[in-house]
Design a protein. Structure first.
Length: 115
């Protein structure tokens, strides 16, 4: 068409330009994918470490509860403070359970299996 002096429109894209742009785009995507893969590995390690911390804290709190839980009703000041501390302990166990659930979701998203 060039030999016949065809006037290409101004927005005409030559095959060489498209191939060059595609090559540049592919290079950018490869770099981004490599960056994402390194970040996923770091996230997986952080999630595994956090899962261990949560599991250890939950186990510790539950064993503390088993040892120190109130088994009788009393009305003196010391029992009242124990009741408050156990209420806080139970709240912490609930929070740990929520965190554990979130970690499980993240593990599923990232394809981890910690069992």
């Amino acid at each position: 068409m060039e030999r016949h002096w065809f006037a290409f429109p101004t927005e005409w894209l030559y095959a060489e330009n498209v191939a060059g742009e595609w090559s540049a785009f592919s290079d950018i995507m490869k770099r981004k994918e490599a960056n994402i893969q390194t970040q996923i590995a770091a996230l997986q390690n952080k999630i595994i470490a956090e899962d261990r911390v949560v599991e250890d804290k939950t186990t510790s709190l539950l064993s503390e509860w088993d040892v120190q839980r109130p088994v009788q009703v009393c009305e003196d000041e010391q029992c009242g403070s124990k009741a408050i501390s156990f209420e806080l302990l139970l709240r912490m166990v609930r929070i740990m359970t929520c965190v554990s659930g979130l970690l499980s979701r993240y593990e599923a998203i990232l394809g981890l299996s910690l069992l």
